[in-house]
Design a protein around this ligand. Structure first.
Ligand code: AMP
Length: 215
């Protein structure tokens, strides 16, 4: 019996005929309310597991600074703390997944944010014979989230890190995004991690959960 690496995937070869994939990509979702530390932990995970980092917020902000039509549309929602319509973000993700086939995997940061996006992501990955490996949900209480976002606003200058927009974004998170936890819990993929403490200790908890997948 022989193992072959093709297309960045490892296949098991029995005789000359049978090939089947024994190692999939590592596709992570970093999930949580605004301010829960998704971006910070994504940077660590991207480096550690050599993944393609996909942040829909970063993509949309780049469109805004380039002044594209998509950017103008996105800004009208983002400035009020509302979600950009599903068909817009799903379209962006579709292109991105198609272009980045065959790598080690993706880390999805800030996507999906609605059930429709979660279902679309499953479909997009399935087309490439892939799936979500694990969903890491960072749990942080509201007072801490608001505190962090107000502080970030002073440093980053992000226009949506002001009190009114922050409160809206939290409401949107609980109404539209948090139901995704149940969606992934039912799939047996939800891994809830306390998102408070040092950045390193949170990273270690996340890593322990991911490394268990390979045992
Ligand atoms: P983030 O940088 O992830 O906090 O996203 C900033 C803003 O971009 C959000 O408040 C939304 O307005 C918009 N956005 C980012 N990702 C999505 C998404 N998956 N669906 C809809 N809107 C999004």
């Amino acid at each position: 019996m022989l193992t072959l690496k093709m297309d960045e995937k490892v296949y098991l070869c029995i005789g000359k005929i049978f090939f089947y994939k024994i190692i999939n990509m590592l596709n992570l979702i970093i999930f949580g309310a605004p301010g829960s530390g998704k971006g910070t932990q994504s940077a660590f995970l991207t480096e550690k597991y050599n993944l393609k980092h996909v942040s829909t917020g970063d993509i949309l902000r780049a469109e805004i600074s380039e002044g594209t039509e998509l950017g103008k549309l996105a800004e009208s929602y983002m400035s009020e703390g509302k979600l950009v319509p599903d068909e817009v973000v799903i379209g962006i993700l579709n292109e991105l997944i198609k272009k980045n086939k065959g790598g080690n995997g993706f880390i999805f940061d800030g996507f999906p944010r609605t059930l429709a996006q979660g279902e679309a992501l499953d479909e997009m990955l399935k087309k490439n014979d892939e799936e979500i490996s694990v969903v890491v949900s960072l749990e942080v209480d509201d007072n801490e989230l608001i505190d962090r976002l107000l502080k970030r606003g002073q440093i980053s200058g992000r226009s949506d890190d002001n009190r009114e927009t922050i409160e809206n974004r939290l409401k949107v998170y609980y109404d539209q995004t948090s139901p995704l936890k149940e969606f992934y819990r039912k799939q047996g993929k939800l891994n809830e991690i306390m998102g408070v403490g040092s950045i390193e200790s949170i990273s270690s908890s996340i890593q322990a959960g991911i490394d268990k997948l390979n045992d």
